[in-house]
Ligand binder design. Structure first.
Ligand code: ADP
Ligand code: ZN
Ligand code: ZN
Length: 804
């Protein structure tokens, strides 16, 4: 029976966002499967393009002439049937093209045009090897391979006799550095010492130093030269005398060690045991219930995850654990690998493209049954999933800010329904959306209220910067914070300093009274626009002049707020000259592995103070950190975003949790120009529940999520007037399909109104139930697509996390 294939083609436009029918050539009849990628002729001139086969059907009720599929690209489906279904849902949910969703699910090497070979991994019939592989053990294949050979390859793939390898140039060459290594045993070194003259003190010290290195990792030569008193001459002498060797080491090693010490299950606390029991019961009942584990820092959430995973593995199922990229530290990976060993696959941005593909293939081949990874790991091709865990579920990085604009939480829940397995959302500070759902019983709330070590949460001291500024006008450091830093330095304890970069100089604040200019209509701070020299509201479009004096106290100290990490580092070094400071921000962590390396150096006590942006707030667990300082708690509060308070509360809570993790008590000092602000006050009290109640009331008054759903339209054009005109036209189109309950905000220009010479406008729709909205938005997308010829672009973001 002739067959047709429904193919999603790789032409990302609205018009082509549907399956096209192609004829399956006889040569491919029994080898082709849904989920495989194919090359097909498309459009004028029958250009060859790539596509995904969605389904294969009998041709019975089709009339007319179809074009045939030209070639098959994969030997086996690139996406399985679950992920095919997921891609349809995702496309609809995020207003993205299905082809974009499908591409998103695959490792990037598979998306790019790399050459690939089929390599033999097992013995095959010598005759076949001769005919198919020309007697070699690998074969480069592409679309031009003849169908008969392709069929043979597919068969071998199914039998596990070959492996497909993508050839990526590893441009990030491994850099070599010099390290030193003792060349003699402890006793031999001791013997060498006896032969020394009395005056050769330095050499004797070098011998002692080399003895201390035995069974230790080899230190880098440059570190030896900077951190010890030995000179290059001394090292050379040591080498000449045969006491030490200079060896080459890789500069960037994989931050995740291949071998980790195994850890055993811990005896659970009552709260932990209750949580594990509830989730495991759901896994046994094949229930797709969502659990929200609200547990204070140090309450042992990870152990709950690990023991749940363990139970699921014993049921013969697999487990998916998502963590924010930034929290995917070696420490976290060690904890999971320590428990489950080689069954664990790790997917994160620190891996090269080739390494990522390797991990992905291990999952696909069912060699890995536990996957730990950041956002895109939610598409890991695991089968028979028994539990999906999302740690730090409130993190904004779970939302992708380019198409498809999906939230990993939504995808996780979709997959849990497919697999009939529960989801655990974990956090010390759950998003308001999730906490509210737990309140309504949509999710089941499990609370961990006790810290494992019974240590109280660290005391948080608020420093009123308005007062501090009176004493020393231009410093970023209050006397209280400075004294505390010096005190820790003297005791040999470590400190972490957070510089909040969110909202960096985008709003203005009075340095005398803390006043922040607000929109008269919206209860949201106005954003400074340097291009127009004005203050604008991003919600309603209100605009006013930049004030010269504070409207509240008439001070002239009103100015935009913000300062860079580098500047703060310089100031701190000047204030405390003998402090060893490590700076961690986007500049110092750009290189692969740099983040992990900085953390390791801090862990090794290479520095007294770790100064950094948001990225230091998570995942660190350093026992000797007894002081956490927050230089500017306020900056995020000035953002024109109704989630500003929530983000501030989360950040302060998170960073406070870094102090006093082990047996030493920790202290937290928070500098603020608005110490009476409720987000800061609740964070000081470690009171998530209090914050939640208060913030819900604020959201209710303002008509924001979780009381409303939101969708954001972004319209852009190289000419501002046209972008504006189109935006108003779209707003007018929307109104008639919406009920009175829906609120349309804007159109307003975005905070960075011009990017790449395009002007951006946005419309935000707040709504509760609008049955016609989705169809209307899809229609608007489709009709504006035609306008791309005229330079218009339109983006849709369902439940946006970013409003600026
Ligand atoms: P959270 O993720 O909730 O902040 P962690 O999972 O990091 O907390 O746990 C804090 C510390 O307590 C870790 O060092 C962990 O090994 C330890 N821990 C967790 N559960 C137990 C337990 N049941 N018994 C003993 N120690 C535990
Ligand atoms: Zn003022
Ligand atoms: Zn406004």
């Amino acid at each position: 029976m002739p067959q047709i294939a429904k193919v999603i083609v790789d032409v990302p436009t609205m018009q082509t966002n549907r399956p096209y029918d192609y004829q399956v050539p006889d040569t491919l009849l029994d080898s082709i499967q849904p989920g495989m990628r194919v090359a097909v002729p498309f459009g004028k001139g029958d250009r060859l393009i790539q596509g995904f086969i969605l389904s294969i059907q009998d041709q019975a009720n089709f009339e007319g002439q179809l074009k045939p599929i030209t070639a098959v690209i994969d030997l086996q489906p690139a996406v399985n049937s679950e992920l095919l279904q997921l891609s349809s849902w995702l496309a609809e949910r995020t207003y993205a093209f299905q082809i974009t969703c499908l591409q998103t699910m695959l490792p990037s090497v598979m998306r790019a045009k790399y050459s690939k070979t089929a390599q033999l991994v097992d013995e095959i019939d010598p005759a076949l090897q001769a005919s198919l592989f020309n007697g070699n053990d690998e074969l480069t294949f592409d679309q031009s391979l003849d169908p008969e050979k392709l069929k043979q390859l597919m068969q071998l793939q199914r039998q596990g006799k070959i492996e497909v390898v993508y050839h990526v140039d590893d441009r990030a060459r491994v850099k070599q550095l010099t390290a030193i290594e003792p060349a003699l045993s402890f006793e031999q070194l001791e013997e060498a010492r006896t032969g020394l003259r009395k005056s050769a003190q330095k050499q004797s010290q070098l011998i002692s130093y080399l003895q201390s290195l035995i069974d230790q990792p080899n230190p880098l030569l440059k570190d030896v030269l900077t951190k010890t008193t030995f000179t290059r001459e001394n090292i050379k002498t040591g080498a000449d005398k045969g006491w030490l060797r200079q060896v080459k080491v890789e500069a960037y090693r994989n931050p995740y060690p291949k071998t980790v010490t195994t850890t055993q299950k811990m005896a659970l606390t009552d709260e932990q045991a209750d949580a594990v029991e509830a989730v495991v019961a759901a896994t046994e009942a094949q229930s797709d219930r969502v659990f929200l584990v609200e547990g204070i820092t140090g309450s042992g959430k990870t152990e709950v995850y690990l023991q749940t995973i363990d139970a699921v593995l014993q049921q013969g199922k697999t487990a998916l654990m998502l963590v924010p990229e930034i929290a995917l530290t070696p420490q976290m990976v060690k904890r999971v690998k320590g428990r489950f060993g080689d069954q664990v696959a790790v997917l994160h941005s620190g891996l090269s493209e080739g390494e990522k593909y390797d991990e992905w293939r291990r999952i696909e081949r069912k060699e890995a049954s536990v996957v730990v990874g950041a956002r895109s790991a939610v598409f890991a091709p695991l089968e028979n999933i028994g539990v999906i865990i999302m740690d730090e579920e409130h993190e904004a990085s779970y939302k992708q800010d380019e198409s498809p604009r999906y939230h990993a939480r939504d995808v996780a829940i979709w997959r849990s329904q497919y697999h009939h397995c529960p989801v655990i959302l974990g956090s010390a500070t759950p998003s308001l959306e999730s906490r509210a759902r737990a309140q309504k019983g949509v999710y089941q709330l499990l609370r961990l209220t006790q810290r494992i070590n019974q240590q109280p949460l660290p005391a948080v001291e608020l420093v009123d910067m308005r007062e501090a500024m009176k004493q020393q006008a231009s410093s970023n450091f209050s006397p209280a914070l400075l004294d505390a830093l010096k005190d820790r330095l003297q005791k040999g304890e470590q400190s972490v300093l957070l510089l909040n970069r969110r909202g960096f100089s985008s709003f203005i604040m009075c340095r005398d009274c803390g006043f922040v200019l607000q929109c008269p209509n919206c209860d949201i701070s106005l954003t400074l626009h340097m291009d127009t020299h004005s203050m604008k509201c991003h919600y309603c479009g209100h605009e006013e002049a930049i004030p010269r004096t504070c409207p509240n106290c008439q001070s002239r100290q009103i100015r935009y707020f913000g300062t860079g990490t580098q500047k703060v580092e310089a100031e701190l070094q000047e204030l405390i000259p003998n402090a060893r400071i490590l700076r961690m921000d986007v500049d110092t962590t750009r290189k692969k592995g740099a983040h992990a390396k900085l953390l390791k150096r801090f862990g090794d006590h290479d520095a007294d103070i770790l100064l950094g942006t948001q990225m230091i707030a998570k995942g660190l667990d350093f026992p000797d950190v007894t002081l956490v300082g927050v230089i500017n708690a306020d900056t995020a509060l000035g953002l024109p975003d109704f989630r500003a308070s929530e983000r501030t509360f989360q950040l302060l809570t998170q960073v406070s949790g870094r102090a006093g993790r082990a047996d030493k008590t920790g202290a937290v000092i928070v500098q603020s120009f608005n110490p009476e602000n409720y987000a800061i006050q609740f964070a000081k009290q470690h009171d998530y529940e209090g914050f939640y109640q208060y913030e819900m009331a604020v959201r209710h008054r303002g008509g924001y999520p979780p009381y409303y759903f939101t969708v954001q339209l972004t319209i852009s054009h190289p000419e501002e007037a046209l972008a504006a005109k189109k935006s108003f036209q779209i707003a007018r189109q929307l109104r008639p399909v919406l009920s009175d309950q829906a609120i349309v905000l804007g159109p307003t220009p975005k905070s960075i109104a011009r990017i790449n010479n395009r002007y951006f406008y946005q419309i935000v729709i707040k709504y509760k139930q609008e049955p016609q909205l989705q169809a209307k938005l899809a229609e608007i997308l489709e009709t504006t697509q035609i306008d791309t010829r005229h330079g218009f672009k339109i983006g849709l973001d369902n439940e946006p996390l970013q409003f600026t």
